[in-house]
Design a protein around this ligand. Structure first.
Ligand code: ATP
Ligand code: MG
Length: 439
């Protein structure tokens, strides 16, 4: 039995058709990027996942039926082309293919809803409406190739450091952290929510003896406003480790980010060049600034901030201007951190909580957690939450919970840093914001 493609099988990606193959036969498959019909000769650019190749069809050398097929090409149609490689000074990569056999695999409807060959970026909404076409552009697909490398490195890093990969539920019964920004859903006869973070589950896992866990998964937040750094569905890289504290986990995070940068630089140099983006490798541990120091810095820059407040956007910008690059913001006031964050022994109004920042962008929040049942209940009550709602979580703290610490990194925000884009929507294939639920 013959398959759909009959005898057609790709022999080379366009990137691998080099002048050294001159005289050899190849089969390439891809999209029609550009057609130039000069009468006596037709030039076609074929694009595949990471390159372009020129097809050159002089009427003297190519059969009339093949020329006819080429004349029927439409931009962005999918084709297979068999031909002979020939080196050429004029062709884009110094090489072209003289076609001998052609198969049109799928004809694209015209006009296209957007043109993937245009050099300037169209309006983001137009692009997202036809995301599949948008992704055919090298500068857009490069973002996702870099993001994929980031996940690859992150997973390798965790496995190399003894972390176990876990998956926790995204359908949850109660407010994970007592915040208000949750999406309620109907769960048979009950009300449930989409999980805002795996926080409580990864902490329960610390009582399982598994020691170190990580999860890469979706988080859902009913963020009301439109910003360039918030989505309603994001991906979080979460880590939690027993017998470790905030200092240990800041080191883990620092090392992970450094490894990501090294690997992206090494394996995504083409993509970085396409995006015209440079990634400096930090040669020292990320600097740390305490919350107290941050308040002084922010005020010294003329942005008003009182001790105990969360950083306003203006405060983040002022601090980012002074600090630059990656840095940790430590010793946050306990009152503006969640109930599971460990207060400082020396001054319980401050805590073992940290954020990792890049310029003015928050990338991660982490902390040493409270592992003592009584203190945890006390801190839940202090925040006007009901401990009964946290019954199944609290139970894990009554029968041998080790000291532990952890963090969550916004994967999409980290991708912004790695690719140099300033809108988080650019880093998500099919972003979800206040106004967008499709595609
Ligand atoms: P922000 O103050 O910037 O809204 P947050 O403090 O509410 O963030 P955390 O609860 O600390 O966020 O979540 C951990 C990390 O997850 C953040 O540092 C960020 O990188 C990412 N993150 C949180 N909310 C979003 C969101 N709505 N869209 C994209 N990423 C997010
Ligand atoms: Mg945070």
């Amino acid at each position: 039995m013959q398959g759909l493609l009959n005898d057609w099988r790709r022999t080379n990606y366009t990137k691998n058709v080099t002048p050294e193959l001159s005289g050899e036969d190849v089969i390439i498959m891809g999209w029609v990027h550009e057609i130039r019909d000069l009468g006596g000769i037709i030039f076609v650019l074929i694009r595949d996942k990471d390159g372009l190749i020129q097809i050159t069809a002089p009427s003297k050398k190519v059969e009339p039926e093949i020329l006819e097929k080429i004349r029927n090409f439409r931009k962005e149609s999918v084709v297979a082309i068999e031909g002979t490689v020939q080196d050429s000074d004029k062709a884009p990569n110094g090489v072209e293919i003289i076609p001998r056999n052609i198969e049109i695999l799928n004809l694209a409807k015209q006009p296209l809803p957007m043109d993937p060959t245009e050099k300037v970026r169209a309006e983001i909404d137009t692009r997202l409406d036809s995301r599949f076409l948008d992704l055919r552009k090298a500068n857009i697909s490069s973002i996702f190739k870099i993001k994929s490398q980031m996940f690859h490195t992150v997973r390798d890093f965790f496995y190399d450091n003894g972390f176990v990969e876990i998956n926790t539920p995204k359908l949850v019964a109660s407010a994970t952290e007592g915040g208000t920004e949750l999406f309620p859903i109907t769960y048979f006869e009950k009300e449930a929510f989409l999980g805002q973070s795996p926080q409580l589950y990864k902490q329960i896992m610390m009582s399982s003896g598994m020691d170190r866990v990580f999860e890469i998964g979706q988080i859902f937040r009913a963020e009301e406003h439109d910003t360039l750094r918030h989505l309603n569905e994001a991906v979080s890289i979460d880590a939690e480790a027993s017998f470790m504290d905030d200092i240990d986990m800041m080191k883990v995070l620092n090392n992970m980010i450094e490894q990501v940068i090294i690997d992206v630089n090494e394996n995504c140099s083409d993509e970085l060049a396409i995006l015209d983006h440079e990634l400096p490798i930090p040669d020292e541990p990320f600097p740390r600034v305490t919350y107290d120091e941050a308040v002084d810095i922010v005020n010294s820059k003329g942005v008003e901030m009182e001790w105990g407040e969360d950083l306003s956007r203006a405060a983040e910008k002022a601090l980012g201007d002074v600090m630059g690059g990656f840095y940790f913001l430590t010793e946050w006031p306990s009152a503006i951190k969640p109930f599971y964050v460990m207060p400082l022994e020396s001054d319980p109004t401050k805590s073992h909580a940290f954020d990792l920042m890049y310029n003015n962008l928050e990338l991660s929040s982490g902390a040493t957690r409270v592992h003592q049942y009584d203190l945890l209940v006390e801190q839940i009550e202090e925040r006007d939450l009901n401990p009964d709602a946290f019954g199944s979580y609290l139970k894990a703290f009554e029968y041998g919970m080790p000291p532990h610490a952890g963090w969550g990194v916004g994967a999409d925000r980290l991708t912004m840093v790695l690719t140099g884009v300033n809108n988080i929507r650019e880093t998500v294939l099919f972003p979800r914001d206040r106004h967008r639920l499709t595609p």
